[in-house]
Ligand binder design. Structure first.
Ligand SMILES: Cc1cc2nc3c(=O)[nH]c(=O)nc-3n(C[C@H](O)[C@H](O)[C@H](O)COP(=O)(O)O)c2cc1C
Length: 206
């Protein structure tokens, strides 16, 4: 079936896009307002987009009433945020943090989580997260109702048990976001597919 997004409602287009572009990684973002309240919310319009320097981006939409989300307000004002990764052990807390808490109430504390100090930025990370990346805002770009925040990763925090030799990360299984209404997947079903040199493929060894 061919579907022209121009003849669809915005909600149907959202459903198509977010059910087709799957699985998406989840950035569990800590940010902080002027009063020091630490905000926590998940964002699956998220990816790594550069490695030298290290860049990642999140895309933050608006609340149903059209107001900007706390995460966007905080990053715009402070220029800092932390991307914490979500594994199965913190999934319930991630779901709590996605609720529409008022700006003066911390989702992190409400979800029973703890903060750990960051090293290069003021915004703390989630102590329970197996991996976190401290980010300084590189740039922000308005994109329709969304704002893309590009962050430069200035510090990694990785649980000791995940790190092998030469920076290999082993046994890390972050949760992926699937489509609506609220499907997720595990990333424990893995296989290895070594890349081919052209000559290997041409000679039929692949
Ligand atoms: C798994 C998951 C992924 C989400 N991804 C996004 C996203 O990419 N962009 C967005 O604007 N909202 C996303 N949301 C919704 C926000 O998390 C939600 O609006 C949250 O309340 C925003 O919090 P804040 O106002 O504290 O920033 C997602 C929700 C969930 C549960």
């Amino acid at each position: 079936m061919r579907i022209d997004p121009k003849s669809n409602t915005a909600i149907d287009n959202y459903k198509l896009l977010t059910n087709l572009v799957v699985p998406r990684p989840i950035a569990w973002v800590t940010s902080q307002n002027d009063a020091g309240v630490v905000n926590l919310a998940p964002f699956s319009f998220f990816n790594a987009v550069g490695s030298n320097p290290l860049y990642l981006l999140i895309s933050v939409g608006r609340n149903d009433d059209g107001s900007t989300k706390d995460t966007a307000n905080n990053i715009s004002a402070s220029g800092e945020f932390v991307v914490n990764m979500v594994t199965e052990d913190v999934l319930a807390a991630m779901n709590v943090s996605a609720a529409d808490f008022p700006a003066d109430e911390s989702e992190l504390l409400a979800a029973g989580l703890h903060m750990a100090a960051s090293e290069k930025i003021a915004v703390p990370r989630v102590a329970e997260s197996q991996a976190s990346m401290e980010c300084k805002l590189h740039s922000a770009q308005a994109l329709g109702a969304y704002t893309i925040f590009v962050g430069e990763v200035v510090m990694f925090h990785v649980a000791d048990h995940l790190l092998g030799e030469r920076m290999h990360v082993n046994g890390f299984a972050p949760i992926g976001r699937l489509g609506s209404p609220s499907y997720y997947c595990r990333t424990t079903d893995r296989f290895n597919l070594p890349r081919l040199a052209y000559a290997t493929w041409r000679d039929g060894a692949g």
